[in-house]
Design a protein around this ligand. Structure first.
Ligand code: SF4
Length: 362
């Protein structure tokens, strides 16, 4: 069996530990349950049948992010689509022979798919699903900021609007941010980084590059608490900690590995520890438990001991993707992503630079 609580039921009594109750209770509170909580089996089966028929009719493929509902991830896999991070989503969509892409994630992912595949129709379950990083970096103020520093190379994270990408020299994802900035630093370039301040600080710390950081954060990763992780580690000292670099520096300092969602999954398989505390959105546990079923995964704390929510690591915008609106968008051709030809022509340049960089390093 996977993900069973440990056998110890010794009470946790140390004053240094914020958690109360037995080790078994504490694990239960943080344990990921590999279920499809939003859908019964029959609901999932009915939706899967309907969506599979629509995908075939429209010659479409599902491109889903790791943070979406497990039911969507399962469906993407069943129908020949992909579940991945934003980088692989973009590459898969561009390379796939489908005429239509159904992107389950947040809006910038749909826009990126359209920019890289302008000849394809791109639909999303909802156009309301956005991202605090995208919202925190409006094009007008960001462009004015860039104009104040014309000597700097503009590097933006994938979690930005098409307009912000079009203003940038480079687009990066969390999986290659370090490599790209290290490369630019080696060329002697000074950098503007946007929008995630935690990821920017992490990259700055590890490359020593001269970086001006935009001040924005992911509302999910920003909530992970170093104290909560230390308390959990006090109960389970042998557990490894994996963290996404959008988390605060105090959390990253406690991590055995820091990386993108794909790198977190790789680390979970590689590390020897059997218990793993994971600081990223809970959607990733579907893939973690699928690929590394022999290990036990604990959700890193966000709320602390007194909060009603022990871990709220669940992106509200990713959670807007469901089986119903996914099927409806394809059936009625609603929620299509449009990006102007002018924006596509400009935004594809920094995106393609990233893909070429990856290809050169492969
Ligand atoms: S988890 Fe954070 S970075 Fe990802 S879409 Fe949600 S708000 Fe944006």
């Amino acid at each position: 069996m996977t993900n069973q609580p440990p056998h110890s039921s010794e009470p946790i009594t140390s004053d240094a530990i914020a958690y109360t109750g037995s080790a078994e209770d504490i694990v239960k509170r943080h344990l990921y349950e590999p279920t499809l909580p939003n859908y019964s089996e029959s609901e999932f089966d009915a939706a899967a049948e309907r969506i599979a028929a629509l995908l075939e009719r429209e010659n479409a493929a599902i491109v889903a992010h790791y943070y979406t509902d497990p039911a969507i991830q399962k469906l993407a896999e069943m129908t020949g689509g992909i579940v991945s991070d934003s980088l692989e989503m973009a590459r898969f969509g561009a390379a796939h022979k489908a005429d239509t892409l159904l992107v389950a994630g947040v809006k910038f992912m749909g826009e990126t798919a359209k920019i890289l595949s302008p000849e394809k129709r791109v639909f999303m379950p909802t156009l309301e699903a956005t991202c605090s990083l995208d919202l925190g970096c409006p094009i007008d103020s960001f462009s004015a900021f860039c104009d104040q520093h014309p000597d700097r190379t503009v590097v933006v994270y994938a979690n930005t609007s098409a307009a912000v990408k079009a203003r940038a020299d480079w687009v990066v994802t969390s999986s290659i941010a370090l490599d790209v900035v290290d490369y630019l630093d080696g060329l002697g370039e000074k950098i503007i980084w946007a929008p995630d301040k935690h990821l920017g600080a992490y990259v700055q710390q590890h490359t020593g590059a001269d970086m001006l950081l935009w001040d924005s954060a992911c509302i999910v990763h920003d909530e992970f608490k170093a104290k909560g992780i230390r308390d959990l580690k006090a109960v389970f000292p042998d557990a490894a900690v994996l963290a996404h670099p959008e988390s605060p520096a105090s959390v990253l300092a406690l991590a055995d590995r820091v990386g993108s969602t794909t790198q977190i999954i790789q680390a979970a398989a590689e590390l020897p520890q059997e218990k793993i505390i994971v600081a990223t959105d809970q959607g990733i546990f579907y893939k973690l438990t699928q690929l590394v079923p022999e290990k036990q995964f604990l959700i890193a704390p966000t709320g602390g001991a007194g909060a009603t929510c022990q871990s709220c690591a669940n992106c509200p915008w990713m959670a807007m993707n469901g089986l119903d609106n996914l099927a409806n968008s394809l059936e009625s051709k609603t929620n299509e992503i449009f990006v102007s030809d002018d924006l596509i022509a400009r935004a594809v340049l920094p995106l393609q630079r990233m893909l070429d960089f990856l290809k050169a390093g492969a």
